[in-house]
Design a protein around this ligand. Structure first.
Ligand code: CMC
Length: 424
């Protein structure tokens, strides 16, 4: 017998079906609530306890610290997979065969040329522009050069859009950074792997060959995989909701980039590094900053700590902490802010304020330390996150459209002025 939940309002009972997920998650389907009760709705600011969709892409158990893409654990993927394999997995549902992967990569490379007129748009930005604003604008501008919106009922059309955006975004990422640094723009090297090409496009100096460093390739591959999807987070929900109006894929991704920019979401990686730097400059007194984070009259938050869904540990943070140690060791970099980060983590994990609120280091607590060791400028950190999150956004957008989800349009409870007359 199917399960149900009964809600009693002023003595009147209403039954609602319970939806079961494949990992035994349960949700009360209240979609008929308003109709059966004659106008009562639910209120859940920040969607802290609201499922916006059913999805078969990413499973996350915040209590147990589990994260899986299409059933594969993040630990195994970060250890063994290639970023493009993970992208294929997220978007198409299964890991690619060798042949499928080769074709996927070739199609991406064949679609990586960005219309040269995009340079003119890039040129119009002052050097002071934040790379996330530039990337979001350039992604949006791509729609002008790829004007037909995806025909979602055509597998071929959908596939072409997927390879186009996966091919062009790395070019935009590299251009965004190089423009700021006054370096000539480049289209990359089709003989290279996806991650190697990203590094070369970003770092190649005009007067010398670029030599790949396998440590950097591995580190970036891992970081991109760890960021590739995270179910219905702020930017992914944005991509799904923008796409639910049947806005195109590129426009939806562009809005996802804007959502990711904020310091409570992807922008935290930049904010963490700036915070660690500030603590170092201030003499390295971590206790002072712990006190600030706990002081409710102080807006300061310990950046890189806490998560809406992880209430035990963030599995990505565990992997990244080890990777940070490895990368710094391998590169022979001694970074005092790694020690500050470790002290803060130790203190926070033993502090009742953080323990009671179940605040643990999240994915971004250590990622910036790796990015910095790789030579990536601080204001590019969130751009790197966007590059990693791209396959997740694509997969989620596609799923939403293929499942023919209705336009996203939440309700509200109006609490403003009631009707009043206009006086001349
Ligand atoms: N430092 C100090 N106190 C905190 C922090 C923090 N980083 N995070 C949460 N709290 C406190 C908060 O003040 C509140 O306390 P109280 O119950 O006394 O009012 C309690 O913990 C619950 O916090 P919340 O803001 O209601 O939780 P949320 O689920 O709405 O927010 C969060 C989650 C990630 C936005 C928040 O923890 C935060 O601002 N963290 C710092 C920013 C950060 O690292 N963001 C990256 C998230 S992971 C990358 C990604 O996928 O986006």
């Amino acid at each position: 017998m199917s399960e149900k939940a009964t809600l009693e309002i002023n003595g009147q009972k209403y039954d609602f079906p319970i939806v079961n997920g494949s990992e035994n998650e349960k949700a009360i389907n209240i979609s008929s609530l308003r109709a059966v009760t004659g106008g009562i709705t639910t209120l859940d600011p920040g969607f802290k306890n609201t499922g916006s969709c059913q999805s078969a892409i990413t499973f996350l158990d915040g209590e147990k610290g589990i994260l899986r893409y299409r059933g594969y654990s993040i630990e195994e993927l970060a250890e063994k997979a290639d970023f493009l394999e993970v992208a294929f997995l997220l978007i198409f549902g299964d890991l690619p065969t060798e042949e499928q992967l080769l074709k996927f990569h070739k199609d991406i490379k064949d679609n990586s040329i960005v219309d040269d007129d995009i340079r003119k748009i890039l040129d119009a930005f002052p050097k002071s522009a934040h790379p996330m604003g530039v990337l979001s604008s350039l992604t949006s501008a791509l729609t002008a050069f790829n004007p037909t919106s995806v025909n979602i009922d055509s597998e071929e059309d959908m596939y072409n859009s997927v390879v186009k955006i996966l091919g062009k975004l790395p070019v935009l990422v590299a251009w965004t950074m190089r423009k700021k640094q006054g370096l000539p723009l480049d289209y990359g090297d089709n003989s290279l792997g996806y991650v190697e090409n990203v590094l070369k496009m970003m770092f190649k100096q005009p007067n010398q060959d670029y030599v790949q460093n396998p440590i950097l390739v591995n580190a970036l591959n891992k970081l991109l995989i760890l960021h590739a999807d995270h179910e219905q987070n702020c930017s992914t929900s944005t991509v799904r909701i923008v796409g639910s109006s049947h806005a195109g894929l590129f426009a939806s991704i562009s809005s996802g980039i804007s959502a990711l920019w904020g310091p409570l979401h992807g922008g935290a990686n930049q904010a963490v590094l700036e915070m660690l730097e500030a603590i170092k400059e201030d003499g390295g007194d971590t206790k002072k900053y712990m006190a600030k984070a706990k002081d409710k009259s102080d807006p300061f938050r310990l950046m890189g700590f806490g998560h809406r869904v992880y209430k035990n540990f963030d599995p990505r943070a565990k992997i990244i902490k080890v990777a940070a140690d490895e990368v710094l060791n391998d590169l022979g970099v001694e970074d005092p802010i790694l020690d500050i980060a470790k002290s803060l983590e130790k203190e926070a994990l033993a502090d009742p304020y953080f323990v009671q609120r179940k605040l643990y280091p999240n994915v971004d607590f250590y990622s910036g330390i790796i990015y910095r060791a790789m030579g990536i400028p601080v204001d590019m950190f969130t751009v790197m996150f966007a590059l990693g999150r791209l396959p997740g956004w694509i997969g989620q957008w596609q799923e939403m459209r293929l499942r023919k989800e209705p336009i996203g349009r939440p309700r509200q409870i109006y609490n403003g002025q009631t009707s009043r007359s206009f006086k001349a």
